[in-house]
Ligand binder design. Structure first.
Ligand code: ZN
Length: 348
């Protein structure tokens, strides 16, 4: 894409997705590009995505993925015919065929821009002697809206995480009222506009309430309500620590300990870079990670109802969710009250 960019000065790319192409390969490539071009928004989907993406980016390179069907509607002809014409113009075996195609067709790409507003919802518990240091507990509260086959209500993605943020806020407030001392502050954030490109969390890291240097860690809960894809009968949850904070090690140790103590929920502790790149770059911890803040990703993982109207409350494993929250409560109270055990220094 970079070479096409330099040859054509193009700023926006549309990529069609042949059905045959391996989705995992596409995802890895595209999300890797998000790292290379940090301000670019890379998404797959239908035209409503396009609308969202452009309303929120002012970057130099934009890449959009569309299904063949969507590209057909944008260009008024099938991608197959488009390719045939491109080959005719460029000649077979001509290595410049692709840039020519972009030059020829980019003017057909009409884009309407608009600005949409949404709000992050934030509450916090003030610490005592270390109140300037903050631990963030977050989860996005938006979802993907309407799909051709119905409204997506997003019980797991991410009503579960949003409910988790609110419940942990309630538990922590109650603990404080009961006399528990939070030395560090704890902030609870329901992030807006995650699905359209992590917009709520990106806005936060660019307009933080506490200085980012004083932000010790973020716990991001995205889809914590399902545990039906694992062979064993236990509920489960996956946790990943990413970033370079010394705080990660004791956090992992505590989660391991909780795993041994808890009967009905297995805590999978992923060690390093998540094998699934989508998870690494695909949720609200990522803008924090890029600012150097260590993150804990908490999720029960993807499933067949992901981003579909069938992601409904009857499929939620509430007992497992409660166990996940008990564990997170233990971690939050520990990080907030034991600063020496959870140091803020950067890991070498
Ligand atoms: Zn989500």
């Amino acid at each position: 894409m970079q070479s096409i960019k330099s040859q054509t000065n193009a700023k926006t790319f549309a990529i069609s997705l042949p059905k045959k192409m391996n989705n995992r390969i596409i995802n890895r490539e595209l999300w890797a590009n998000r790292l290379r071009y940090p301000n670019s928004m890379i998404r797959s989907g239908e035209p409503n995505w396009l609308y969202h993406q452009l309303s929120n980016t002012n970057d130099t390179l934009r890449v959009f993925m569309f299904s063949d069907k969507t590209l057909n509607s944008l260009y008024g002809q099938s991608i197959k015919d488009l390719n045939k014409e491109v080959n005719k113009v460029a000649g077979k075996g001509n290595s410049n065929a692709l840039p020519t195609a972009y030059l020829t067709y980019k003017t057909n790409f009409y884009v309407k821009t608009d600005t949409l507003y949404d709000k992050n919802v934030i509450g916090y518990i003030e610490g005592t002697d270390l109140k300037d240091e903050v631990l963030i507990v977050g989860g996005h509260f938006d979802h993907v809206g309407r799909m051709p086959d119905g409204v997506c209500i997003g019980a797991d993605d991410n009503a579960s995480g949003t409910a988790g943020v609110m419940e942990l806020a309630r538990m922590c407030a109650q603990a404080q009222a009961n006399g528990f001392e939070f030395r560090r502050s704890v902030m609870f954030v329901a992030f807006a506009a995650e699905e359209s490109g992590l917009n709520g969390s990106m806005y936060y890291v660019n307009n933080p309430i506490f200085p980012l240097e004083k932000t010790v860690m973020i716990i991001n809960m995205d889809m914590i309500g399902r545990s039906d894809n694992k062979p064993n009968k236990n509920g489960y949850v996956s946790t990943w620590t990413i970033g370079r904070g010394a705080i990660k090690r004791p956090a992992k140790r505590l989660i391991r300990k909780i795993d041994r103590q808890m009967d009905n929920t297995t805590f999978y502790l992923k060690q390093d870079f998540p094998e699934n790149v989508m998870w690494f770059m695909g949720s609200d911890h990522f803008p924090f990670y890029r600012k150097g803040i260590p993150a804990l990703i908490v999720t029960t993982g993807s499933h067949d109802d992901y981003h579909k109207p069938t992601d409904t409350p009857d499929k939620i494993n509430y007992e497992n969710m409660a166990n996940v929250l008990k564990a997170m409560f233990a971690l939050i109270t520990d990080v907030a009250s034991e600063p020496d055990k959870y140091p803020t220094k950067v890991e070498k």
